[in-house]
Design a protein around this ligand. Structure first.
Ligand SMILES: NC(=O)c1ccc[n+]([C@@H]2O[C@H](COP(=O)([O-])OP(=O)(O)OC[C@H]3O[C@@H](n4cnc5c(N)ncnc54)[C@H](O)[C@@H]3O)[C@@H](O)[C@H]2O)c1
Length: 391
């Protein structure tokens, strides 16, 4: 079978779906790799490195789609809401597509993707099981984004992070608050701590308290009822507006004492909750920074403008889109490893295994034969469940 890697086309995207290192590993599983010329260039993987590892380079994007049984992308149509639709005419019925598809985002784009007839596998739908951990691209990208968020904040803040005792006096460390201590948030805590700041973190799931503390952070406890904060998959559950209002009230003081706030609080398939209001921003010291990692999902700060950096009430508010693309070499290395493991599980004896055979395949399969087939996505779209026909 042939696995194709088209160049990423989302504006500013620098990652690539497969790196040279995974090419021989895929070959062992009977998968040959073809790459659109220059696909890895911006991530630090030139064509020659792919060729050395046995991949074939193709000059035309259309040829990559035409020759591939399986197309791998970082941002497929859906996750790429800018120009991803350009790829739709290149896809064909029965072809496999693997990548970020944003399955709980726009219903219209999921339906349009389905109409091409491709069997699309969305990495966002990966089950959170031990076996699927090595294929979990969301976690890989969140780790990179959490690290990068701190680096961006450190560059923006008019202060330094660590304490310094010098002949010119003592500098007190910066106070960094991380709201949402999931994969990205914990990586932000660890990175901010390594740079010498005093780090606090807050999460609606009380289970993360120990994780924050083990990284040297202080866990902010708010007197809120959080008993049912976590769903069976380990994600935060959506709360009602009364809960969020109370949370904002209690968080206000902690935020006012912070030099920088990094927010990462998201709820799958929902708009991100507003946790930092304009009134709270006004209370922050001048020159403070807010980096809103939830910007792509509407933002945790009321004043965030997705994709922009603004200064409001003396506070710099950054709403980055696609932060993981800012460290493309390692982001691609991790993503390629996730896809390699996923493909090795998906393909057996030169054939794509059916969804009934494996929970990872079943849970990630989004569209097939012209239809949206994923049970979770169908439910969120209000579509009736499909009849399972056993063969
Ligand atoms: N294979 C696995 O078992 C596996 C894989 C990945 C992640 N996980 C676990 O799943 C959990 C969630 O991970 P994630 O980073 O993908 O989550 P996420 O990206 O969905 O959300 C980020 C964080 O924001 C928090 N949050 C949501 N609403 C909030 C609010 N109102 N106030 C404060 N915080 C709020 C969430 O609890 C979460 O910790 C983590 O504990 C992670 O370790 C398990």
């Amino acid at each position: 079978m042939i696995v194709g890697v088209p160049k990423e086309i989302y504006p500013g995207e620098r990652r690539v779906a497969l790196t040279p290192a995974v090419v021989p590993l895929l070959a062992k599983a009977g998968l040959e790799v073809v790459i659109e010329t220059g696909a890895g260039e911006r991530a630090g993987y030139p064509d020659a490195q792919y060729q050395e590892k046995g991949a074939k380079i193709l000059a035309e994007r259309s040829a990559v789609f035409a020759q591939s049984d399986i197309v791998t992308q970082v941002l497929c149509y859906g996750a790429n809401d800018k120009n991803g639709a350009n790829d739709l005419p290149l896809m064909r019925k029965g072809q496999v597509l693997v990548g970020f598809v944003r399955p709980l985002g726009s219903e219209e784009s999921v339906q349009r993707l389905a109409k091409t007839g491709v069997s699309s596998y969305s990495v966002e739908l990966m089950p959170r099981t031990t076996r699927a951990q090595s294929m979990d691209a969301l976690s890989s990208m969140a780790s990179i984004a959490g690290y990068k968020a701190v680096v961006v904040v450190a560059d923006e803040l008019p202060r330094i992070f660590p304490m310094m005792t010098t002949a010119a006096g003592t500098i007190t460390p910066s106070r960094i608050l991380v709201i949402g201590a999931g994969v990205a948030g914990l990586q932000a805590v660890a990175t901010a701590k390594r740079l010498g700041s005093v780090v606090s973190a807050y999460d609606v799931r009380p289970a993360v308290k120990e994780q924050v503390q083990s990284l040297g952070g202080r866990f902010v406890e708010l007197p809120l009822e959080t008993g049912d904060a976590q769903d069976a998959r380990g994600y935060a559950k959506a709360q009602d507006e009364a809960f969020y209002a109370k949370q904002r009230e209690l968080l206000g003081n902690v935020i006012a004492e912070s030099d920088a706030v990094i927010t990462t609080a998201v709820v799958p398939g929902k708009k991100a909750p507003i946790l930092v209001t304009e009134a709270m921003v006004k209370r922050m010291p001048p020159g403070s920074v807010i980096l809103d990692l939830a910007a792509e999902r509407g933002g945790n700060c009321e004043l965030t403008r997705p994709g922009e950096k603004t200064v409001q009430h003396g506070v710099t508010i950054i709403g980055p889109i696609n932060l993981a693309s800012g460290a493309p070499y390692h982001a691609s290395q991790m993503y390629a490893k996730n896809l390699q493991t996923f493909l090795q599980n998906l393909v057996q004896d030169g054939k794509v295994r059916p969804p009934e055979s494996d929970d990872i395949i079943r849970d990630t399969l989004l569209t097939q034969n012209g239809e949206v087939v994923n049970a979770r996505v169908r439910e969120s779209m209000g579509l009736p469940a499909l009849q399972v026909v056993s063969s």
